[in-house]
Write a new protein. Structure first.
Length: 112
């Protein structure tokens, strides 16, 4: 598991792939997906059943490296989900990206 300082260094070096390929993160993300029955949580809110393929940091990792491994975060309104299982399409929507296309060569660093 990486420390907050190590994650900040990865962010500065624009090398978050190292974080997402880490054994600890991969295990944690698989556990989170399993806890939510392998369902994309955004699709579920729309009453659709779509398999989750990755875990999204609600408070983005680049802005909140201290929450890298946190399942929840708290603010003035209470406790909220920090690690959210999503499908690729919903993840692209959150980040306002186009859907992956071989034409564009889009590659998401948060592939795990």
């Amino acid at each position: 598991m990486y420390t907050e300082l190590q994650i900040r260094e990865m962010i500065a070096a624009d090398n978050l792939a190292e974080f997402y390929n880490d054994k600890y993160w991969r295990r944690l993300s698989h556990k989170v997906i399993a806890e939510y029955h392998h369902e994309c949580q955004m699709c579920r809110q729309e009453h659709k059943l779509t398999p989750a393929t990755l875990v999204h940091h609600v408070k983005h990792l680049r802005a909140y490296p201290a929450l890298a491994y946190s399942r929840t975060y708290t603010d003035d309104t209470g406790e909220h989900m920090q690690l959210m299982p999503l499908c690729h399409d919903c993840h692209d929507k959150i980040h306002e990206r186009g859907i992956y296309s071989a034409r564009t060569g889009f590659c998401n660093e948060e592939k795990w």
